[in-house]
Write a protein that binds this ligand. Structure first.
Ligand code: XIL
Length: 440
């Protein structure tokens, strides 16, 4: 008999799918995206590998209301629509921040009362537009200075600390079901700035402000990942809030070295493990999944390579580090970009001479599937003796499973499961070469 924990882990011989691995561990693995790039290989990977999307810029104030009273939702809509089509969650980013504000707002010279109304109206408009479609909002972004005091932003200077409570209340009123977060950077480990955040959050809770979670951006540097990350996440969770790693990247000096990539792999794994270790950590989001879509080289000249995929969407050691931290043990390569379905093979039960396996086909593409085929090899002499929900044939080690008439159609983001009984004469290693292809 397999231990119960083993039985629920997918055995992915065709390489890991981060969103599925994360699901089995009870967290969500997300990525920030650029709306205009959500086609081709970039779109395929974003849809296939990640369980949540954060618009990198498209929901910021300067993007949605570049001139007063004139809204532009196309980029934000694109991300939300894409996420819905792929069964993904959405992190809304961000309602109130000191940066990327339109100049009509920063240069408007508004008196305090008017500025407060502008802020709450903005929250009502944006969170209201996406009511029921955004799972988490970064309501207030980066409210702290490095010493842990409140940042002297436009908002704080004009409105005082109460802008934060007002922002959360306006967000709750606009979308009662969204989880409301405060989000900041350099607050990942214990220290003066995270102490300031902790004190702020405690004050908000004491005032009955509707806050649900704390986001830790985790814009990190190789060799400098805080040792106290897990302890820090835990102390916020112990306040009765959810926590999340919201903008993870781990940058290094360019050009990259093998040693740097190896260290980065270990550190992506370590951050992922820290989230898994804290019961109220709901997930990790990487700030861009590919080095070609990362803000780091522009913002920190001479540094980069901060994400799990390289410029050509080839997974880096960091990608494998994440997958391994999520429990992946199989070999094989990640599914090629462009495949529009993924498949997992899970041994559900095992006895002396046989086993039962379930295989789940997921539509990771952008169009409904009309037919699918899964192939793999059983390398230790296992033989399929019975199957359901698919027509399964075997020739030596090679197994082919084709959809039944009634489960050929799979909507985008949807999945179907088929199963089999097999005989075995010895060990029952996971299949190799597990691959899903689509029909006509
Ligand atoms: C960054 C974007 O990735 C860039 O494209 C943009 O030019 C600047 O902002 N903390 C945040 C994010 O909360 O919104 C920032 O995103 C990165 C730092």
């Amino acid at each position: 008999m397999l231990a119960a924990t083993v039985a629920v882990l997918p055995l992915l011989a065709d390489g890991p799918v981060l969103r599925d691995l994360a699901d089995t561990r009870g967290i969500t693995y997300g990525t920030a995206v650029t709306a205009s790039k959500l086609t081709g290989a970039y779109g395929e990977l974003a849809g296939e590998q990640f369980g949540a999307l954060t618009p990198g810029n498209e929901m910021k104030w300067e993007s949605v209301e570049p001139t007063r009273g004139s809204y532009s939702w196309s980029g934000a809509d694109r991300v939300v629509d894409f996420a819905e089509a792929h069964g993904q969650k959405v992190r809304g980013h961000t309602l109130v921040w000191h940066s990327q504000l339109p100049s009509w707002l920063t240069g408007g010279g508004f008196p305090a009362a008017e500025l407060r109304t502008l802020m709450t109206d903005h929250i009502a408009a944006e969170a209201g537009r996406y009511k029921g479609r955004v799972d988490y909002w970064d309501v207030v972004n980066e409210p702290l200075d490095e010493d842990g005091s409140l940042r002297r932003s436009l908002w704080y200077e004009q409105l005082g600390e109460s802008y934060i409570a007002d922002a959360f209340r306006a967000a709750r009123a606009a979308d009662p079901d969204a989880k409301l977060y405060v989000n900041d950077y350099n607050t990942d480990g214990l220290g003066a700035k995270s102490d300031g955040l902790y004190a702020l959050v405690k004050r908000l809770i004491a005032q009955g402000v509707p806050i649900d979670g704390v986001g830790f951006q985790a814009h990190l540097i190789i060799g400098q990942v805080p040792a106290t990350l897990e302890a820090n996440l835990k102390r916020f969770a112990d306040l009765g809030l959810d926590v999340a790693v919201t903008e993870l990247d781990i940058r290094m000096a360019l050009p990259v070295t093998d040693a740097g990539l190896a260290q980065q792999k270990a550190e992506f794994a370590r951050v992922t493990t820290a989230c898994l270790a804290v019961a109220r950590c709901v997930g990790v989001t990487v700030w861009g999944f590919a080095d070609s879509d990362s803000w780091i080289p522009d913002t920190f000249p001479g540094q980069g390579a901060a994400t799990p995929y390289d410029e050509n969407y080839v997974p880096k050691p960091a990608y494998t580090g994440i997958a391994e931290a999520l429990g992946w043990t199989g070999g094989g390569d990640p599914p090629p970009a462009g495949s529009s379905c993924s498949v997992t093979h899970t041994v559900q039960n095992e006895w002396g001479s046989g086993f039962t396996a379930a295989l789940t086909v997921r539509n990771t593409g952008t169009a409904p599937l009309d037919g699918w085929k899964v192939t793999w090899e059983y390398g230790a002499g296992q033989r399929v003796t019975q199957a359901w929900n698919a027509t399964v044939t075997q020739s030596a080690a090679r197994v082919t499973a084709v959809n039944a008439a009634y489960n050929a159609a799979v909507p985008t983001g949807g999945s179907v499961t088929f199963g089999l009984n097999g005989s075995r004469s010895g060990t029952n290693p996971p299949p190799t070469g597990l691959l899903c292809t689509t029909g006509s």
